[in-house]
Design a protein around this ligand. Structure first.
Ligand code: NAD
Length: 340
């Protein structure tokens, strides 16, 4: 068996607690140190998990611990600058959180930084056990020709769109559908990531060859039956010639294939804990084992493609037209969405 993956944890805020717990529960990764700007948070997290090696400066932490992977769990408005700083300090591979960026130019810059090294994105849902089972079903062609996908979240497009689109577009790719080609979208209302405006509600039709993806992020999302928590208002439905698979974040999944019904449970945070551990185990296989890092499922190139679909929603809403997806959106579409 190959050795453990050595990980430096940067950021000890809310989400990092789940990353740290998953690392400590794993027998294929080793958490070598914590790094956090805020000394009180660093002390609280270090004491909670009994981690003695602690830093407040990331460059020093990377130089002294020489990790295989730097796990950066910080807010999106500093994503690009902190990834650049980690690379400058010698990080050989990096895991970042979603959303990867707040503007098209940041997306392009991050993609360029990921050309020669793995920059992986923590859209961990696709490692949940039921999704792993569904990927196997799609690989085996269980649904026949897939004609439509419906994917939605009750919160805004940048907040949960990265997770939902990652699932929907992974399903599309495993069903041999082409990458998204065009978007026709409308947006309503504005929310903010710090000072960056984000459409509060987005409704889009996305073209992928003969198939369509219907995507909603915000109040227009269909409601998950029996779900009262807005964060859990997430569902993906994959519709094929032989049946359909429906998956919610917290109210189970069901499949009807060739007239046969099956179902299973889903539950947050239980599935999240398993997914986070499985994601780290997959990173161990590509960074220490011999799997190809350039095929990592949530590599920055894939996440940037997905974020390009989100920015195409902005562009379509602003122009009032169907738009072809392209990588060169102007950053002006971000403030432009306020007036759309
Ligand atoms: N994948 C998921 O399911 C999931 C869930 C929740 C949050 N997130 C994402 O995780 C990211 C972080 O969210 P959060 O709630 O943990 O934020 P947070 O503000 O609670 O924590 C971020 C921490 O990073 C620290 N930090 C900032 N710059 C640093 C630096 N240079 N060196 C060391 N530490 C630094 C801050 O001091 C802070 O403690 C966000 O992008 C959020 O969207 C993902």
């Amino acid at each position: 068996m190959s050795r453990k993956l050595r990980i430096l944890q940067v950021g000890c805020g809310g989400r990092a607690q789940s990353h740290i717990a998953a690392m400590l529960a794993s027998d294929v990764v080793e958490l070598v140190a914590l790094c956090e700007l805020d000394p009180a948070r660093l002390a609280a997290t270090g004491d909670k998990f009994a981690i003695a090696t602690r830093y407040t400066d990331m460059a020093t932490a990377i130089a002294q611990t020489k990790p295989d992977l730097v796990d950066i769990v910080t807010p999106p408005h500093i994503r690009l600058s902190i990834v650049q700083a980690a690379i400058d300090a010698g990080a050989p591979a990096i895991l970042i959180e979603k959303p990867i960026a707040l503007s098209p130019s940041e997306c392009r810059a991050l993609t360029a930084l990921g050309e020669n090294r793995l920059i992986a994105v923590n859209t961990q849902y696709q490692w949940m056990p039921h999704w792993q089972q569904i990927w196997d079903m799609l690989r085996a062609g269980a649904l026949g020709q897939v004609r439509a996908i419906r994917a939605s979240t009750g919160v805004n497009i940048l907040e949960q769109g990265p997770h939902i689109l990652d699932l929907a577009l992974t399903a599309a790719a495993l069903s041999d559908l082409p990458d998204p080609q065009w978007v026709m979208a409308n947006c309503d209302g504005v929310e903010y990531f710090a000072t960056t405006p984000v459409p509060a509600d987005t409704s889009a039709v996305i073209g992928m060859g003969y198939a369509r993806l219907w995507f909603n992020a915000g109040a227009s999302a269909p409601l998950v039956p029996d779900e009262s928590v807005i964060w859990y208002q997430q569902q993906v439905e994959i519709i094929g010639a032989r049946g359909r698979i429906w998956v919610s974040l917290n109210q189970g999944w069901t499949a009807w294939i060739d007239g046969v019904f099956s179902q299973g449970a889903t539950g947050w945070p239980h599935d999240d804990e398993l997914a986070q551990g499985a994601l780290f185990a997959h990173l161990q296989r590509v960074l220490v084992g011999n799997e190809n890092w350039q095929m990592f499922p949530t590599r920055i190139q894939v996440a940037a493609r997905n974020q390009g679909v989100m920015f195409a929603c902005y562009a379509s809403a602003i122009s009032g037209k169907r738009v072809e997806i392209q990588p060169d959106w102007d950053d002006a579409i971000v403030p432009g969405i306020v007036r759309a």
